[in-house]
Design a protein around this ligand. Sequence first.
Ligand code: MN
Length: 296
Amino acid sequence: MYVPPPTLQRIAARTAHIGGGIPVKRLLPVRERRCIGAWCFLDHAGPATFAPGGGMRVGAHPHIGLQTFTWMIEGEVLHRDSLGNEQIVRPGQVNLMTAGRGIAHTEASLPGERRLHAAQLWIALPPAVAGCEPAFEHHPALPQWRLGGCRLTLLAGGFGDQVAPTRLHSPLLGLELFSPQGEAIGLPLDPGFEYGILPLAGEVHVAGGRFAADELAYLGGGREAIGLDLAPGTRLLLLGGAPRREAPIIWWNFVGDSRAEIVRARHDWENGDARFGRVAGGGEPLPAPPLPWIAA
Ligand code: MN
């Protein structure tokens, strides 16, 4: 497998808007970087304060071919899906939804909630499982430990002797570091993975560069270890994974290996096909935007 060489690429966030008008910083995909391993989408929402009744309001929408991975830092969000799951995700918790052949869901800040700070990531499913049955998992707690004064939380994959409970289909790492006081630390890496680091707050010196919140440091692969110098109050995500041969096609809320799959999924959603089911209490389904491709 091709592993990209060690490198340092600086990726600036672009601002996007999600339902409810909350601005988010989007780091993946961008023109210069499609994925980190199977991590193929990365939004940093907040930290934001809003009036009661505001916050995140994403109506019923479909997904295929991916897992949605929600890591809450502040605030509470209610997830409802077409499998009948209804689950609040709170700070320190993960909601992991496997879309497979098709699922629909809604996400909304709780009534009375004033804060939102979260990372939402998508994981592209490998072709062999892209059409699997949909599923949903809630993880109320993740492995957590200290390294010096730094608190580490393992969101996905394995690190040292820790293993995250999140069910994945590709070799991946998701690790959050939080350093209240600031410090320099070293972490072992897998040379067969490519990696990226995203500060969510504060700033970090890594690989000879300085990265502030919402600047993604893409580190490539082939590294046995990495040194991080974190400013006080820094919170960051370390994401890694085995490089994919090709970036998947992402359009709207769909991930696929061909345009035909995506065209079919859009058609099925627009026609109320049973593959996506219905979200109870989910209101009007969100319409799909027009396809960017001329129909074949
Ligand atoms: Mn979604």
